[in-house]
Design a protein around this ligand. Structure first.
Ligand code: MN
Length: 345
């Protein structure tokens, strides 16, 4: 199958409210969308949300990479997705999100041309999943208010961003969520903010206080493999690597170092085939898998949902950034019913 045209467009998404994590604040997501036109005229679409603290890429660098390389990907006859991805790796070796974007647009076009829903091409394990909702860094009062609203909407899993305020204040915020949303299972994401000792004190205190924390994401710097292993050896709950795990090679390195218990897979990091490779490695190692997102609107979340449903590989689903985006239309490919995300196919 040949591509006739491959272009990318800036896609700025205003967020409904300020999004703050230990990595910074934003009120706009600077995303990129791509359009891939096959030789038979079928058009595919995709969206990526590049985050510089994860892959080193920005909206500008993704747009530039595709402006420079899009034409080189047109005209060649590709047997399928893996053949296409090999060429993108050669053209853009260190552009993870840019590669993911063109891969997803090509895959979307292929699936449409073949008339087969993407989740079926990816294995067809299931049609729906249950996602958490993420709570940004905010005051304990605001944190509790968001948790109450999420509970009322049907969410029974919440992911709390921590690390901006220090161990004691962050523990108080997590307690405030437990009070506001009783019985809800909590996931905690520090976005690299703690040092290893503080991370262990924090998670041990939460568990000793009876807070139902299910997993602890990226407690320390992504470059501190030893620190991550230190927390992993001591944490009473599974430690999940996110920023430390961009490529399948990263995941293998983490597994060898016993530096986590699982990995957060995101399309902006590893695309579709890279994510499939990570899933295979993690499954073989008995590691846990989270399907995560950056700040994508419903188009990007839809692709991640196809991967999650197609593979059925994920213990934790964190596909929620479309809630942050004030989109006028209902998502094209899925419905949200409480915490359930269901593909429309
Ligand atoms: Mn994370």
């Amino acid at each position: 199958m040949r591509l006739r045209d491959l272009t990318a467009q800036a896609y700025e998404v205003p967020l409904r409210s300020l999004w703050e994590t230990a990595r910074g604040k934003s009120d706009i997501a600077y995303n990129v969308r791509a359009t891939a036109v096959l030789e038979d005229g079928t058009t595919g679409y995709a969206e990526v949300s590049p985050r510089s603290y994860v892959t080193g890429e920005t909206q500008e660098s993704v747009l530039l990479a595709i402006a420079q390389n899009g034409a080189h990907l047109c005209g060649e006859d590709f047997l399928g997705l893996r053949a296409f991805v090999e060429v993108t790796r050669r053209l853009m070796p260190d552009r993870y999100s840019a590669r993911a974007l063109v891969e997803m647009a090509f895959f979307d076009a292929l699936a449409r041309s073949w008339g087969i829903p993407k989740f079926r091409l990816l294995g067809g394990a299931k049609r729906e999943v249950r996602s958490d909702l993420s709570i940004p860094i905010a005051t304990p009062e605001q944190t509790a208010q968001i948790a109450r609203e999420a509970f009322a909407q049907g969410f029974r899993h919440l992911k709390i961003k921590v690390g901006g305020l220090g161990v004691e204040d962050e523990a108080q915020r997590v307690l405030a969520v437990r009070e506001a949303a009783p019985g809800v299972i909590l996931r905690v994401d520090a976005n690299q903010a703690f040092d290893p000792e503080a991370a262990v004190v924090f998670i041990e205190w939460l568990i000793a206080s009876g807070v139902p924390v299910e997993c602890f994401e990226q407690p320390v710097s992504r470059t501190d493999l030893e620190g991550l292993a230190y927390v992993t050896q001591r944490s009473p709950v599974p430690v999940i690597a996110d920023e430390a795990a961009v490529t399948p090679e990263d995941v293998l390195r983490l597994i060898r170092a016993e530096a986590a218990h699982g990995v957060n897979v995101k399309l902006a990091k590893s695309g579709i085939t890279g994510s499939l490779d990570i899933i295979a490695i993690a499954r073989a190692a008995g590691w846990k898998l989270m399907m995560g997102c950056m700040l994508e609107s419903s188009m990007g979340i839809g692709m991640a949902l196809h991967l999650a449903c197609g593979t059925g590989a994920f213990q934790y689903i964190d596909l929620d950034s479309h809630h942050l985006v004030g989109e006028a239309k209902e998502p094209e490919e899925f419905q949200q019913i409480g915490e359930v995300l269901r593909l429309k196919f």
